[in-house]
Design a protein around this ligand. Structure first.
Ligand code: ZN
Ligand code: ZN
Length: 362
């Protein structure tokens, strides 16, 4: 889907949302709607026009990346250029804005300016995030490149892992392995959490040596062309104990069951329950404290959401994670996370890094 197609989709959504124009400032939405990858700028989209306002650091880049837009040099105080943008919207009265991104202070200032110009700021909820939930071919390709790099980096570092390594060592080796394979950056601060640290789902890697036999939760992702991979494996240096085998088996069964049974039209809440029921029946419900998964793309966490009470409907073309976990204070955690694509009525797994197979003891 080209930027032109994305503009068409957004314009189609404007009337049902009760707006005549849309102001886009959220970074991923801005990049998705325009192709512009700079860190600052606003889009102003009406049924007829598409303007991209940015500062002098980016005007040349914006002109190259966003030929569908008229690039406007944003200079002087915010109120001045915003007034110019409002004037460029002609007789559009209701201007949509991203309420979950704009600060209260900015909203107040710009709402006043809109009022002076005879216009009104209207929240557009998550129109663009909803369009972004369904990936086109180019987005899928970027995600698959990021996923491949992540898979390969994991295997390289896992195979070379020896007693005495620290969580920080492992995180840094994985980061290097991803960069060596062409990742533009890491997708997020990599998580390597061994032993009791693994009970904290978002632990920061420490410099302590990893204990032999302790579970190690490794949650990693590479970023390619702005798209984020996100994958978790739980491994051990040395043999795993019986507790590990038992917990790992429950988490893996929960993950495999959810992946095999998610159906078109299910809500994120229903998908979450497929895995959660298994973990609850095994007596570990309270120890699965987070959601089952989330969409991935220009943001690491985006629509659809798969979690308790998540209303998002799962449908063809969505790409999301499935990542159940069990976290036991004082012992550690097990999380297994893969990215799947919802296609032809079922989930197919895009990540390919091997998992421990506890059933045959390997
Ligand atoms: Zn993750
Ligand atoms: Zn995730």
């Amino acid at each position: 889907m080209s930027v032109t197609d994305r503009l068409t989709k957004l314009r189609e959504a404007m009337e049902p949302a009760g707006v005549d124009a849309v102001w886009v400032s959220q970074p991923e939405n801005r990049r998705y709607m325009s192709g512009f990858s700079g860190s600052a700028g606003s889009l102003f989209i009406t049924p007829e026009n598409a303007l991209l306002a940015t500062d002098s650091r980016y005007t040349e880049q914006a002109g190259k990346q966003s030929p569908e837009y008229q690039v406007v040099h944003m200079a002087g105080p915010g109120s001045e250029w915003f007034k110019e943008m409002l004037a460029s919207m002609g007789d559009a009265k209701r201007v949509g804005f991203e309420e979950s991104h704009v600060t209260v202070a900015t909203h107040k200032r710009l709402a006043d300016l809109c009022g002076e110009a005879g216009k009104e700021l209207v929240p557009i909820n998550d129109i663009i995030e909803t369009i972004r939930a369904i990936k086109d071919d180019a987005e899928r390709d970027a995600l698959i490149s990021a996923i491949r790099i992540t898979d390969e980096a994991f295997v390289e570092v896992r195979d070379a892992l020896e007693p005495g390594a620290s969580e920080q060592d492992v995180a840094w080796r994985i980061e290097m392995a991803m960069r060596n394979r062409g990742a533009e950056s890491i997708a997020f601060d990599l998580i390597v959490a061994s032993g009791p640290n693994g009970a904290m789902a978002h632990h920061s890697p420490s410099a302590e040596p990893i204990a032999v036999g302790a579970p190690i939760v490794i949650d990693i992702g590479a970023r390619v062309d702005g798209y984020h991979a996100d994958m978790t494996r739980t491994i051990c240096i040395g043999d795993h104990d019986d507790q590990f085998r038992r917990i790992y088996d429950i988490v893996l069964t929960a993950q495999e069951t959810a992946i095999a049974t998610i159906e078109e039209g299910m809500t994120g809440d229903q998908a979450d329950a497929l895995a959660r029921n298994i973990i609850e029946k095994a007596g570990h419900g309270p120890e699965f404290g987070h959601s089952l998964g989330h969409g991935v793309g220009l943001a690491v966490h985006e629509y659809p959401r798969l979690g308790q009470r998540a209303p998002d409907v799962l449908t063809q073309g969505m790409i999301f994670t499935v990542e159940p976990g069990i976290y036991i204070t004082g012992w550690g955690g097990v999380r297994i996370e893969d990215i799947v694509e919802f296609k032809d009525g079922r989930c197919s797994v895009l990540s390919s890094a091997p998992k421990i197979n506890v059933k045959n003891g390997s």
